[in-house]
Design a protein around this ligand. Structure first.
Ligand code: PCO
Length: 196
């Protein structure tokens, strides 16, 4: 059987860097099968018209709309089973904290809470420098590191509020290349996303 294209679940949480989410979906969809998840606050920054037509965008509203009776699929579980890889870009300070604490109060954090950590999960944080430098960040990153999650570190540049500092989301090309390289190297070691 031909291995299928990698199934990438791309998610955005509530940071101004979500303005770049449509572009990220576009670049990934040229190589992989992409589905997208957006939190309520990320929708403030996402231009839905920038999401490619073949990429389904799921939001919290979709979580329970198709569930009617026992046995019907539950969206966060379906997406968790479907995806080979989860990429959260941007990852807000709030969603970082929730993931580190195991909280799950929306579609995205429920997917993470149900995640199979044998499958890659990439996080690209984006937040103000004061938040990035807060002692909470290191605590949360330590937890995330223990779980085997891969961090795509933020960069130093002009931020949404005009401040200059670390906390800006890594360039979309860096996010794309990091994920692509890791998938290609797993493929070389015999990993096949179409096998269980
Ligand atoms: C609020 N938050 C941020 C988010 C991180 N910033 C970035 C970049 C953008 C412009 O290139 C906003 C995408 O600076 O990722 O700034 C802080 S004041």
């Amino acid at each position: 059987m031909e291995p299928h294209k990698p199934r990438i679940l791309l998610a955005a949480s509530g940071s101004v860097a979500a303005i770049k989410f449509g572009g990220l979906c576009r670049s990934f969809s040229e190589w992989a099968e992409v589905r997208a998840v957006a939190t309520k606050s990320s929708l403030h920054f996402i231009d839905k018209a920038s999401i490619p037509k073949d990429v389904i965008l799921y939001t919290d509203e979709d979580e329970w709309s198709s569930w009617k009776k026992i046995g019907d699929g539950v969206l966060h579980i379906e997406l968790r089973k479907w995806a080979d890889i989860l990429v959260i870009a941007p990852l807000s300070a709030n969603t970082l904290g929730k993931i580190a604490g195991g909280l799950c109060d929306n579609l995205l954090t429920c997917i993470v809470r149900a995640w199979d950590f044998n499958k890659p999960l990439f996080l690209a944080p984006a937040m103000n420098t004061f938040m990035w430098n807060s002692p909470f960040t290191q605590r949360h990153l330590d937890t995330i590191c223990e779980l085997g999650i891969s961090l795509i570190p933020p960069v130093t540049k002009r931020l949404a509020c005009g401040d200059y500092g670390n906390g800006a989301m890594a360039e979309p090309s860096v996010i794309y290349n990091t994920v692509r390289l890791s998938v290609d190297s797993r493929a070389q070691t015999g990993f096949n996303p179409s096998l269980p």
